[in-house]
Ligand binder design. Structure first.
Ligand code: SF4
Length: 480
C-alpha cells in the first residue's frame, strides 16, 4: 500500500479569505492581544508609547510586546528567530497584522524596555488574582541558578586568583634559579673557550608565566578595589554559584509560588550567591501584588537566617524554614544543639544527660547579643562527655532566638508543609528549564536578564492560567 502523499503543491485551493479565519477563538494569541491592549504601557515604563509627530512612523510598543509575549510562550526568544516568525507564522502574522519588524528593532525593544517587563508580569498576576487563581494563603519560596553568558573559564574567585599567583611565584622562583645556574654554566664554558647549554625555552616559559601572573594580579587588584569576591569577564554581573553539587556561572532566580495553582506570585533575579536573607523581601513583594496583609511562606534550609525570619514576622509573614544541622559540634560528631531543650520560663537548657545549663557568658554575634549556657561541673563528671564535648559544653543562644523557637513549633505541627513547598516550586522551575528551554540567559548584565526573566515568568503564568481557565476565561477577565 502507498504512503499518504499530501496535496499537489500546484493545486488551487479555496483558502479562507481573512487571516482571522486561521486563528480559532481559543488560540492564545487572542488573549495576548486583549491583555496587551488593556495595559497602560506608558505607566508601566515603556518608551516611545506615543507616536512621533514627524519623521518615519515607528512600531507601536504594544505590537513588539505582543511579539515577545508570544515568542516566550512558544520557546522563541532570539530576535532573529522572532523576525523569522513574523514572515512564516500565521499566528504571528495575525497578532502583528502583517507587520515585519527586523531583528534589530526587536532586540532594541527588549533592551530599552527591560525594566518595564516586570510591571507587565505584575499586571498579569493582578489579573489572575481577580480571577481568584491565587490562594493568597501560602507561598513556596525557592531559588535556582540560570546560566549567564559567561563560561566558568572566564570567572575568577579571589581564592583562585590568590592561589594561582602564589603558585606562579613559586614556579618563577624555581625557573629563575635554573636560569641563573644555566647562565653560570654558560659563562664557565665560554671562559674555557666552549659554549654553554643556553636556555631559550626556559626564558619563554618564564615570560608566559609572568604574563599570566600579571593578568591574574590585575584581576585581584580589581577585586580589592570593588570589595567583591569574584569577577566575571564576559558578563561582569554574573557570579559563580553552586546548585546541588555543581558550580556554574549564572544568576540567582528567586520565585514565590502560590501553592493553590502553582502560579508565580513574585520573581526576582539577583547575583547573590546564597539564598540566605532573600526570604522576607521576596515574600513582601508578592504580598504587595497579591494585596494581602498577612501570608504564610515556606522555604528550604538555605533561607535560614534569624534576621530574615524576624523581618518576616514584622512584615506579617508566617515563615516555615527548617533549621540546617550545622555548627562546629555537629562537624566533630557531637550532640547537635537540637538535642538540648530550652526552657523559656527558667531561661536554662536541659542537656542530653538532663543536666541544667545556665546562662554564663554574654557576647555579640553580628548585631545580636549571644548568650552561652554552660555547666562545667556537670560536664566534668558526665558519662556522655565523649559524645558531647572535648572539655565542657557551651550552648549558644541569641537574645532574639525565640523567633526561631516559634518557627520550630509551627514546623513540628505541620511537617507536610515542606512537601508542599517542594511540589509547588518544582513545577515552575521544571517547566521553565525543561519545557520552555530557558536554562540559560541570552543577554548580559543584571538589568537585562531581569527583563528577560520577567518575560519568562509571565509566559509560564499565562500558560498555566490558560490550562486553568482557558483563553476565553482570561479574555473575559481582561474585559471585566
Ligand atoms: S557533657 Fe555536659 S552538656 Fe554534655 S551531656 Fe554531659 S553534662 Fe550535659
Amino acid at each position: 500500500m502507498a504512503h499518504l502523499s499530501g496535496t499537489d503543491r500546484a493545486q488551487l485551493l479555496l483558502l479562507p479569505e481573512a487571516v482571522d479565519d486561521y486563528v480559532g477563538p481559543d488560540n492564545p494569541v487572542r488573549f495576548i492581544e486583549a491583555f496587551v491592549d488593556g495595559l497602560d504601557l506608558a505607566a508601566s515604563g515603556f518608551v516611545r508609547v506615543a507616536a512621533k509627530e514627524t519623521g518615519r512612523p515607528g512600531y507601536d510598543p504594544a505590537d513588539l510586546l505582543k511579539l515577545y509575549v508570544y515568542g516566550y510562550i512558544n520557546r522563541v526568544r532570539s530576535s532573529r528567530r522572532l523576525e523569522a516568525e513574523t514572515h512564516r507564522n500565521i499566528e504571528v502574522i495575525w497578532l502583528l497584522r502583517h507587520l515585519k519588524p527586523d531583528f534589530r528593532t526587536i532586540a532594541d525593544f527588549r533592551r530599552v524596555n527591560r525594566s518595564a517587563f516586570k510591571q507587565v508580569f505584575r499586571e498579569f498576576v493582578i489579573l489572575c488574582r481577580q480571577l481568584d487563581l491565587f490562594g493568597r494563603e501560602l507561598l513556596a519560596v525557592d531559588g535556582t541558578r540560570i546560566k549567564a553568558v559567561n563560561s566558568k573559564d572566564r570567572n575568577f574567585t579571589r581564592r583562585a586568583l590568590t592561589k594561582f599567583i602564589h603558585e606562579a611565584d613559586e614556579k618563577l622562583a624555581d625557573y629563575m634559579e635554573r636560569l641563573d645556574e644555566g647562565d653560570a654554566q654558560e659563562e664557565k664554558a665560554s671562559n674555557n673557550g666552549g659554549s654553554g647549554p643556553g636556555d631559550g625555552k626556559l626564558a619563554e616559559k618564564i615570560a608566559a608565566i609572568k604574563g599570566k601572573r600579571d593578568r591574574h594580579k590585575a584581576l585581584l587588584d580589581e577585586l580589592d578595589k570593588t570589595g567583591e569576591e569574584q569577577i566575571s569577564l564576559t558578563d561582569p554581573d554574573s557570579r559563580a554559584m553552586a546548585r546541588m553539587t555543581k558550580v556554574g556561572v549564572g544568576y540567582n532566580i528567586q520565585l514565590a509560588v502560590d501553592v493553590k495553582h502553582k502560579l508565580i506570585a513574585e520573581q526576582e533575579v539577583c547575583n547573590q550567591v546564597l539564598d540566605m536573607g532573600l526570604l522576607a523581601q521576596t515574600v513582601e513583594a508578592a504580598m504587595d501584588t497579591l494585596s494581602v496583609d498577612r501570608i504564610e511562606a515556606v522555604a528550604d534550609r538555605g533561607y535560614f537566617k534569624i534576621e530574615d525570619i524576624e523581618a518576616c514576622e514584622k512584615a506579617g509573614i508566617t515563615a516555615y524554614v527548617p533549621k540546617p544541622i550545622r555548627g562546629p559540634a555537629v562537624a566533630e560528631g557531637f550532640f547537635s544543639k537540637e538535642e538540648f531543650r530550652y526552657d523559656p520560663d527558667k531561661d536554662i537548657y536541659l542537656c542530653p544527660a538532663d543536666q541544667v545549663l545556665s546562662p554564663r557568658h554574654f557576647g555579640k554575634s553580628r548585631d545580636n547579643v549571644k548568650i552561652d549556657y554552660v555547666n562545667r561541673d556537670a560536664c566534668k563528671a558526665c558519662s556522655l562527655r565523649e559524645r558531647c564535648t572535648k572539655s565542657f559544653r557551651r550552648v549558644s543562644r541569641l537574645e532574639n532566638e525565640a523567633v526561631l523557637d516559634r518557627m520550630a513549633s509551627r514546623l513540628a505541627a505541620r511537617p507536610d508543609i515542606l512537601d508542599q513547598r517542594r511540589e509547588s516550586v518544582e513545577h515552575p522551575f521544571g517547566t521553565i528549564k525543561q519545557w520552555m528551554y530557558q536554562g540559560a540567559f541570552l543577554m548580559r548584565r543584571l538589568e537585562n536578564v531581569r527583563g528577560e526573566f520577567s518575560l519568562t515568568a509571565l509566559a509560564y503564568n499565562i500558560k498555566r492560567a490558560i490550562t486553568l481557565v482557558g483563553v476565553a476565561g482570561l479574555i473575559a477577565g481582561v474585559r471585566t
